[in-house]
Ligand binder design. Structure first.
Ligand code: PDD
Length: 287
């Protein structure tokens, strides 16, 4: 069976899903996207992802083609058609197709594309062993709070990480870590405080980040939303990342230096457990 993708209202085999040559996503990176995790057939934090999509679209002035209910039904349908119950659903909206000209076209219809990536999130080996990160300069534009499909800086950052034998790049501006190439960055101090950069135009407002902060608060874990430097990260007791496609993943080395003893830390494990419990809880409540 061929993989089924969603394009402009239709579900079709990926081989038949064609986007016109002059699509502004292709020509300008003129579009925004979202990605939501799925576990046990349920979309995790989907309302928050759809809300962020609405915000991204508003900020770049692309009309939202669908209501939240419609988006959700397409997400559920694409997972069903691909037999996926655990993994990642990607969806993007571009400004549409028009002769190449920088200014907005008068009558373009947004192009909507969605696809699934089946993957093990709950039992991913990376979550067990932890991953390595390297630090790189943050070379992105100044509106990183918008989930733009223009990801060249992240492509280069993550390729540099791969070439250094690492799995993620932490981007650095003025000596402070902004975030990962495709994840939010956290450290835990020796005193046991969880540190994460506060929201601003400098980072994407991570949905997993927000959800985890809420869960941590409920558990009485000490949180500090503030900037942290690379040096502070080197000295941290623990480090981890969050994203919709990975949930919470321990970081065991930064720029080749082990984080503490180089093993996933206990508070990180607890936070991952808390997140997994939240992600699986609604099903149990609904049964
Ligand atoms: N990336 N920061 C950046 C730059 C990201 O690209 C992402 C997500 C995050 C984490 O946000 P969330 O928890 O909402 O997934 C932070 C997705 C997963 C991606 O591009 O594949």
């Amino acid at each position: 069976m061929s993989r089924i993708v969603f394009l402009n209202g239709s579900f079709l085999p990926i081989e038949e899903a064609k986007v016109p040559f002059m699509d502004r996503g292709f020509m300008f990176g003129d579009g925004v996207y979202e990605g939501v995790g799925m576990l046990d057939g349920r979309l995790i934090d989907n309302e928050a992802h759809l809300e962020r999509l609405e915000r991204s679209l508003r900020e770049v002035r692309i009309p939202n083609p669908y209501s939240r209910a419609e988006w959700t039904s397409f997400q559920e349908e694409i997972a069903r058609r691909n037999g996926m119950t655990e993994g990642f659903i990607y969806f993007q909206v571009t400004r549409g197709v028009a002769e190449r000209d920088f200014v907005f076209p008068e009558n373009a219809t947004p192009t909507v594309a969605m696809f699934t990536q089946a993957k093990s999130i709950a039992n991913a080996p990376a979550a067990e062993k932890g991953i390595a990160v390297i630090t790189v300069p943050d070379q992105r534009w100044k509106r990183r709070d918008i989930k733009s499909i223009s990801l060249l800086a992240q492509v280069l950052a993550k390729q540099a990480a791969k070439e250094a034998g690492a799995q993620e790049a932490w981007m650095v501006e003025d000596g402070f870590v902004t975030e990962g190439g495709s994840s939010s960055a956290f450290i835990i101090t020796k005193a046991g405080a969880v540190i994460v950069r506060p929201l601003s135009h400098a980072i994407l407002p991570g949905i997993t980040r927000q959800s985890l902060l809420q869960l941590s608060k409920e558990e009485g874990i000490v949180l500090e939303e503030r900037l942290f430097t690379v040096e502070e990260a080197y000295e941290a007791a623990e480090a981890f990342l969050t994203s919709a496609s990975n949930f919470v993943v321990p970081i065991v080395s930064i720029d080749g230096r082990p984080v503490a003893d180089g093993k996933p830390g206990p508070l990180t494990r607890k936070l991952r457990e808390l997140y997994l419990r939240m992600a699986t809880a609604p099903a149990m409540a609904a049964e």
